[in-house]
Design a protein around this ligand. Structure first.
Ligand code: SF4
Ligand code: MG
Length: 313
């Protein structure tokens, strides 16, 4: 609810705060149990910061994070530690988060031991079980991460998150580093795991064609602000925000009657340290009018869970 995360910009000998990067600037999302919410936007839009703020890998500046009715930021470190296994983060590059000197089985099992979730004698069994559900086998247990391909390493990363039996998985660009053919396999794995384990996902991606196959609802972020949220089919068939339209126009569509004119955005995404006034998208919006420069558009309900922030809609 109204999540904000501002990073201070320090300068000078005295290291004074001279400004803020408004990475996340008042975002509200409600994710229902069992659904997959896709968070989409260009790099620098604040998507990852939303994910990290939820699990307190970075501390929010303002707003509330409510998980199963509990405000996570009111919890003591001990209480947070207890709840932590239920919220797992999966990153783009599992290799970066896997210690190269730790065997795969130990990397997956150590979290179980850390959280005291199962007795040491049962760790191997649990690790084998979770590897199997991720399409791996006991063959992988005693080997090191570098012995595996990107797709297999991402399976290992997923297994490591899954072994704690989480309810919510925040997956931050989990397939972006993989070949397209492997991407589909990993997305299918995400879907299969959701069906068999009742998982809830916050799925972060810069690529709409990736979230299309997995998400129930999609939110489009730009410069720390939510521009549009809608159920998946609604967003793809009836995008309302010019930024969403531009992103969608770059996605190849196999259905000719849905063919869209390509909208090419001018320029780069502005700095979140100094975002444009009014509608943050106005410097790149092909439809901008005078009031867009000064008036911040409200995030308005357009019916059937469709929300959009644009003066022209
Ligand atoms: Fe474009 Fe104006 Fe709508 Fe912003 S409010 S998206 S600048 S038309
Ligand atoms: Mg990111």
């Amino acid at each position: 609810n109204h999540l904000k995360k501002y990073f201070p910009i320090k300068a000078g000998l005295l290291n004074r705060t001279v400004g803020h990067v408004r990475a996340v600037d008042d975002i509200s999302i409600a994710i229902q149990p069992g659904e997959t919410f896709g968070l989409v936007g260009e790099s620098g839009s604040g998507k990852s910061t939303v994910g990290k703020s939820i699990v307190r890998l970075t501390e929010k500046t303002a707003g509330d994070i409510i998980f199963k009715g509990q405000d996570l930021y009111t919890l003591s470190p001990q209480e947070m530690r207890k709840i932590r296994p239920q919220l797992q983060l999966i990153f783009q590059d599992p290799y970066g988060s896997l210690n190269p000197r730790v065997r795969v089985g130990d990397a997956i099992g150590e979290a179980l031991i850390d959280h005291g979730l199962v007795p040491a004698g049962e760790v191997r069994e649990r690790v084998e079980e979770v590897l199997a559900s991720c399409g791996l086998s006991s063959y992988h247990i005693d080997r090191f991460p570098h012995e595996f391909s990107g797709g297999q390493r991402q399976r290992i990363g997923i297994a490591r998150a899954l072994v704690l039996n989480p309810d919510l998985i925040i997956a931050d660009e989990p397939v972006s580093a993989l070949d397209v053919s492997i991407q589909a396999q990993i997305i299918n794995l995400f879907r299969h795991l959701q069906e068999t384990r009742g998982l809830t996902y916050l799925f972060i991606s810069h690529d709409l064609s990736v979230v299309e196959h997995l998400c129930t609802r999609i939110g489009v972020m730009y410069l720390g602000t939510m521009m549009e949220t809608a159920p998946r089919d609604e967003l793809f068939k009836n995008p309302l925000h010019p930024y969403t339209k531009a992103l969608l126009s770059a996605v190849p569509i196999p259905i000719p009657k849905l063919k869209r004119d390509r909208i090419v955005l001018k320029g780069d995404i502005p700095s979140p340290a100094n975002p444009p006034s009014g509608c943050k998208f106005h410097t790149r919006c092909p439809f901008a009018v005078e009031r867009c420069k000064s008036e911040v558009p409200e995030f308005r309900h357009m019916g059937s869970e469709h929300y959009v922030a644009c003066h022209l809609v």
